[in-house]
Design a protein around this ligand. Sequence first.
Ligand SMILES: [Zn+2]
Length: 315
Amino acid sequence: MACPEFAFHVPSLQELARVLQKGLEENFADVQVSVVDCPDLTQEPFAFPAKGICGKTRIAEVGGVPYLLPLVNRSRVYDLNRIAKDIKLPGAFILGAGAGPFHTLGFNSEFMPIVQTEGGHRPPVNGSYFAHINPADGGCLLEKYNEKHRDFGCALLANLFASEGQPGKVIEVRAKRRTGKLNFVSCMRQTLEKHYGDKPVGLGGTFLVQKGRVKTHIMPAEFSSCPLKSDEEVNTWLRFYEMAAPLVCLPVFVSRDPGFDLRLEHTHFFSHHGEGGHYHHDTTPDAVEYLGYFSPAELLYRVDQPEETHSFGRD
Ligand SMILES: [Zn+2]
């Protein structure tokens, strides 16, 4: 599949650290942004199949909300090994947020892709998680994908950060006690948009919610049988939760859309205590503590962009 490619503006890590420090200080009481060696992400609490988020970095947006809403389009299913080839990085290490492979699972779910794809110098590993709603009590069920399944599928929509998975220099962000209205990711994204204007900058990586709680949603196991045509209707369909730290989040964000109908920010998370989902914002501004590692993307790829679009269901 040919997919459009776009070269992001790639500032130096030092410059990005300065810009993010200033922007985050407007929204958090205690902020420290620096350039560091990426910690070994194969270690807990990450336990990723690759050590880092460096090397040939790229962001891929796959499909989109129009394949989920107003009604599901069941033909839009994907394979992450195939996507790695489509974005010219076979063997890519991929992190991100998307919809679970309903065609394999048999139901809809929130998907946390954590994949070492095939064709690289490491063996392929699907370390992804998915979160779905427990039919018995309406609670969250978080599962490791490879405990029951061998494939590398995903479906409908995904925002992905891909790299060679190498160690290297990254931006470390520590932010505590939220004083502003913006969530952690929106604050960084809007800071970049303000500073870089019409030169789009893309970032991905991982961050921990070390303390506090977050508002999250999980999509129902059944796709809606009646068309969902507004944010209000979507919010009635989704199930909302509050989940507790420690959480491992997989953010992908782009400061500005260069014209590919992008979802500008999308973050899913998993944990080691059975909770996972789609990150909205923390609900405990006085207690919250974030620690993140980010790498700027060099390239953007738009995979299977929907022809017909709309603007709801993007929160
Ligand atoms: Zn999501």
